[in-house]
Design a protein around this ligand. Structure first.
Ligand code: F6R
Length: 618
């Protein structure tokens, strides 16, 4: 959470900071601020609301925009309400040090008491203001350089951080440090300028040469000098490894779409093709997943697998459980990362733990992965963001390569995760001889047809618009599914709550009669996943139960299903596909339904309230 941006060079910093903040808004958008440095002075502006509100405030206050050095921040509140005072950058008591921070300083309270006793005062409720003043205290007390004070302070704090700090009287030096929260440095033209950001997509227009700071590292950036990378703990010099970014600018633009979420929903057929193109070679019957191929023995011999994730990635994990149990006969447990860490989990050396994360930065998932590794497990990652923390920590893994996902509600990363889980399940089935040749050939054929079938499913958008028009003002929705469709019901409900703020619950269809049925009346739309499978008649029974209580049924069913037409209020007919792959199709109308309802309710679809794209705090 929170987005950090900075610039040190020869260009006008203002536009770089503001445009960069707009690209980082997916990380938090409750308040924002910038500081520009010019002639050993700085100009600061902070405001509640979005970056567009910050721009308006800057112009109404006629802020001096001079300066080729600056810091900016977009916030997702952890300590203290979203308001102008709690917004970053934060300034030390003497007005000398200006700092931005992403993360949480867990022992901020004890440090604050110590500083109060030493005459310091605080304007905000943030842990960041505590840290910048601790740095100031140590700098004065030890008569040390800023660099030294930052190092000593960071060795005192408990928690996570990425910080950027500048001293007013010496603004041509910027110090950055990282533990837990991401921060990267773009090396600009002739190595004479530096871009700083939580996510390099915000400086992609200027440079593709990036240094990702690692945990426990700090870097001293000086104008016109080579960067100086060091270990926080002992000040040891480290050689920087500069990487070349492969992202294309088009991938982070909305193009013809009003919202990134819609663009990302429509990208799914292409992503599926891309993922399969580099991994599935049907004519040779080969599935290529490097991280699995090189650990064949572990995957072949394992007696169980645990999958750990949060949110939408957790729903994909439940689908993974179903696939792996069905195709490979391996027992699978799925855990919420946040619960896993605190339950003293039983993990044996060489147990397989799979962690799934779009961002690769989710703090809970990262902590779970570290715990699993500590206990000797073999940890395999499925991540989207290349070079992310989770991708770096795992023993082996695979990228979904779905491209940058900017809409806060996950869509394309979910389908990409399922495709990878399908490939993994078939591959393990072949290793373990639980998937025979004719079955795998059937599955490959089905996989080959998915992209085109998703394209056809997307054509249902107009029908979903009509359905949304009827129900967008309703207050509650229920989503029901059985078997592999239950996680899809959970995902449909999550999408609706996230972006339209309608209360929605996903439930296993048969569980409905054990409680939720009490909620059903003529004001309750129930979305039922009712494609043809072994449970079809059971699901039809559930639909009858809903209709008997005057509920409204929106059924996701297969083409040419006349039976369901007779009882459901609305039927969304999707193409036929084998049941274990059908989540890839059934989720599409649910994504579109949530989008259309949120659109009609005039919500900010890409930046829903209270949410942030990557949850980097526990
Ligand atoms: C839902 C959503 C969140 C994320 C969750 C995990 O639309 O976006 O629930 O799925 O925060 O994020 P990752 O996958 O980045 O670990």
């Amino acid at each position: 959470m929170c987005g950090i941006i900075g610039y040190l060079g020869y260009r006008k910093a203002y536009h770089i900071l503001i445009n960069g903040l707009k690209k980082l808004e997916y990380r938090g958008y409750d308040s924002s601020g910038i500081a520009l440095f010019h002639n050993n002075e700085y100009n600061l502006c902070k405001t509640i609301g979005k970056v567009s509100d910050l721009e308006k405030t800057i112009f109404s206050k006629k802020m001096n925009l001079k300066g080729s050095i600056g810091l900016g921040h977009t916030r997702w509140a952890t300590h203290g309400l979203p308001n102008n005072v709690n917004a970053h950058p934060h300034v030390s008591n003497s007005n000398e040090l200006i700092m931005i921070h992403n993360g949480i300083i867990e022992n901020h309270h004890a440090i604050k008491i110590f500083l109060l006793k030493n005459g310091f005062f605080f304007k905000s409720e943030t842990d960041t203001e505590v840290l910048v003043n601790l740095i100031e205290y140590l700098k004065i007390e030890n008569k040390s350089s800023l660099e030294e004070a930052v190092r000593i302070s960071l060795n005192e704090v408990i928690g996570t951080y990425s910080i950027a700090i500048i001293e007013k009287s010496n603004p041509e030096t910027v110090i950055l440090a990282k533990l837990g929260s991401p921060i990267s440095i773009g090396i600009g033209y002739n190595e004479k300028e530096f871009f700083i950001a939580s996510d390099p997509i915000s400086f992609l227009n200027y440079t593709k040469n990036v240094l990702y700071l690692q945990d426990g590292e700090m870097v001293i950036l000086k104008k016109n000098k080579k960067l100086d990378l060091r270990k926080i703990v002992n000040n040891l010099k480290i050689s920087p490894i500069i990487k070349k970014l492969k992202i294309n600018l088009k991938e982070i633009e909305k193009g013809k779409y009003k919202y990134f979420m819609l663009k990302e929903i429509y990208e799914q057929p292409k992503i599926i093709l891309d993922t399969l193109k580099s991994r599935l070679f049907i004519s040779n019957e080969i599935i290529y997943i490097n991280g699995v191929d090189s650990n064949k023995e572990i995957f072949t011999k394992t007696k169980s697998i645990t999958i750990i994730a949060c949110g939408t990635s957790w729903h994909a994990s439940l689908i993974g459980e179903y696939l792996i149990e069905k195709l490979d006969h391996i027992p699978v447990e799925v855990e919420y990362a946040s619960e896993f860490i605190y339950k003293d989990p039983i993990i044996n050396p060489k147990d397989i733990i799979i962690v799934i994360s779009q961002s690769g930065e989710t703090a809970d998932t990262l902590s779970a992965l570290k715990l699993a590794k500590k206990k000797g497990a073999f940890v395999f990652g499925i991540c989207n963001v290349v070079g992310s923390s989770i991708a770096r920590y795992v023993d082996a893994g695979v990228y979904t390569h779905a491209g940058p996902e900017i809409g806060v509600a996950s869509t394309k990363s979910f389908t990409a995760q399922i495709i990878i889980l399908i490939l993994l399940a078939i591959k393990l089935g072949k290793y373990r001889s639980t998937v025979n040749k004719s079955f795998s050939q059937f599955l490959y054929k089905e996989l080959d047809s998915i992209s085109e079938k998703i394209n056809r499913t997307l054509e249902l958008n107009t029908t979903l618009q009509k359905v949304s028009n009827l129900y967008y003002n309703y207050n509650n929705f229920l989503y029901l599914g059985r078997g592999i469709h239950f996680p899809v019901a959970l995902e449909g409900a999550l999408k609706l709550k996230e972006i339209s703020y309608i209360h929605a619950e996903g439930y296993p269809a048969a569980e409905m009669k054990h409680g939720p049925i009490a909620l059903i009346d003529e004001k309750m739309p129930v979305v039922v996943l009712a494609t043809k499978n072994d449970f079809y008649e059971k699901i039809m029974g559930n639909i009858q139960e809903i209709k008997a209580r005057k509920g409204i049924v929106i059924a996701i069913a297969n083409q040419n299903d006349c039976q369901i037409d007779m009882i459901a209020d609305h039927v969304i007919n999707i193409p036929n596909i084998c049941d274990i792959f059908s989540p890839l199709l059934t989720v599409i109308p649910l994504q579109l339904l949530a989008y259309q309802i949120a659109f009609l309710r005039k919500k900010n679809i890409d930046q829903p309230r209270n949410l942030a794209k990557s949850v980097t705090v526990e």
